[in-house]
Design a protein around this ligand. Structure first.
Ligand code: SF4
Length: 154
């Protein structure tokens, strides 16, 4: 491995851009994401930055039970995210629909039917530490020797 690649591997893992999408949650999981930004958990100390532009994101966080209006929008949003990219779903809703998945409801989980999911964190809602752990674990896989892996695919 070249020195440049070693530097890239180290630096990129300290600069993870996250965009979050609510596909119809009760906001419980979204509040836990916001807690990650608070001084107590201080997500930026791990090099994770939250904003809302999918074109600049590395990791997409998805909350919610996949309501009908997101069925077309979510794959479109995923297409806008540049490579390398990964999805982490937060809570039980993107996995099973949780409390919203009842007869007659207009939700269609799981989110993994529509976009590829790298990690799914269960919980109603999961803890901020679990959210941070999941982002860091997928970023390790996402950025490690990205250029080399790309070359090997060609
Ligand atoms: S998993 Fe629970 S807390 Fe999270 S959005 Fe669904 S119902 Fe709300």
């Amino acid at each position: 491995m070249t020195l440049l690649q070693k530097v890239k591997n180290a630096v990129r893992k300290r600069s993870i851009h996250v965009c979050y999408v609510n596909t119809g949650s009760c906001n419980g999981c979204d509040i836990e994401i916001l807690a990650c930004l608070s001084p107590r958990y201080d997500i930026e100390q791990y090099g994770i930055y939250v904003h809302n532009n999918p074109r600049e994101a590395d990791v997409i966080l998805v909350t919610g039970a996949m309501s009908a209006q997101w069925i077309d929008k979510l794959p479109d949003l995923w297409d806008k995210v540049p490579e390398p990219k990964a999805v982490v779903t937060i809570g039980n809703c993107p996995i099973s629909g949780c409390a919203f998945n009842r007869p007659g409801s207009l939700v269609d989980p799981p989110v993994s039917k529509y976009i590829p999911v790298a990690a799914a964190i269960p919980g109603c809602p999961p803890r901020p530490t679990e959210i941070i752990n999941a982002i860091l674990s997928v970023a390790d896989i996402l950025f490690d020797n990205y250029e080399t892996r790309l070359e090997e695919k060609r």
